[in-house]
Design a protein around this ligand. Sequence first.
Ligand code: ATP
Length: 365
Amino acid sequence: MAELTLDNVTKVFDDNGTDIVAVDGVSVDIDDGEFLVLVGPSGCGKSTTLRMIAGLETVSSGEIRLDGEVVNAQPPRERDIAMVFQSYALYPHMTVKENMSFGLEESTDMPDSEISSLVEETAEMLGIGDLLGRKPGELSGGQQQRVALGRAIVRDPKVFLMDEPLSNLDAQLRSQMRTELQRIQENLGVSTVYVTHDQTEAMTMGDRIAILNDGELQQVATPLEAYHEPTNQFVAKFIGEPSMNFFEMEMQGDRLTSDLFDYPLSEETREALGDTTHVTFGIRPEDIEVVSEAADDHDFEMVIDVVEPMGNENNVYLSFETGGDADLVATVDGMRSLDAGQPVVARLPEPAIHLFDTQSGSALK
Ligand code: ATP
């Protein structure tokens, strides 16, 4: 069993007398065997969080617990945690086999023969069994990544920490390694915290994702929950590609109004808003229907600005005004023939819309 807990963890760096709060009161439980993806934009505190878990960075306040035991003061090698870095951090003068064995030779009294067979077995599992005699310089990026992973796996740690481990690989290999990593993690059942700034990676790999912004945890949820029920506008914007469309609107009577369009709300939705008058309206591109005729007051006459073919889908940029800049993007079937300049109707179905308090960003619906 390995359960990792971050309890109100904060990291303040001192930058020549100025405090930089890199991680601000983060609390999250990573269950035994869970794959948790820590995701957020550059500089939001992902790596610092991971480095505190690994023991490479001190914790300013709060607790990190491993199986209930506070490890704040434990040096990295005593934590039974293995970290895989973006840079792989392989020893260039050592062979693959030596790179994978080194940690075990240093930190355990496992007999050499046992280490050797463990390394060979793991290398086989990772598809690098025939590369054991090579040096890192004689390997492709993907192969080096597997060696780095293999080195972490042979240590049989309680927790894996991975810091953007796939970001140096090309798109195809990255997507292949994503699936492979997930399979390996599931088979090994080792609790894993995986850092990325790539929301696609987060959505496809995580049992749960933890979304961080400015050092603060925004939401911890399954990928689908974060997608369908974002707790705030930041999460709504960060998850999903193309990004959710947003409009700042004002509540007047039974409708939301703006310079661009008015949107009547059902009584149920109005109740969800309470007293909030400044509301940000959000709708995902894939929830917008592009039709030819307006049928109700959630349908809006628009003009196609640009059609961006994506293969099986088209991103259609629409404007409320002929010749105007795009006001929203809708995703439609790639087989549909739609052209720039064409007048269409955008249907924004009420069940699909998201509403946020403009001031705080919190989700209201
Ligand atoms: P990226 O995706 O770009 O790697 P990140 O989310 O991993 O970003 P961190 O590297 O954790 O972000 O950095 C969080 C904040 O802390 C940033 O503002 C960074 O400048 C700051 N920071 C990190 N390390 C230090 C340090 N040693 N001294 C001062 N500030 C630091």
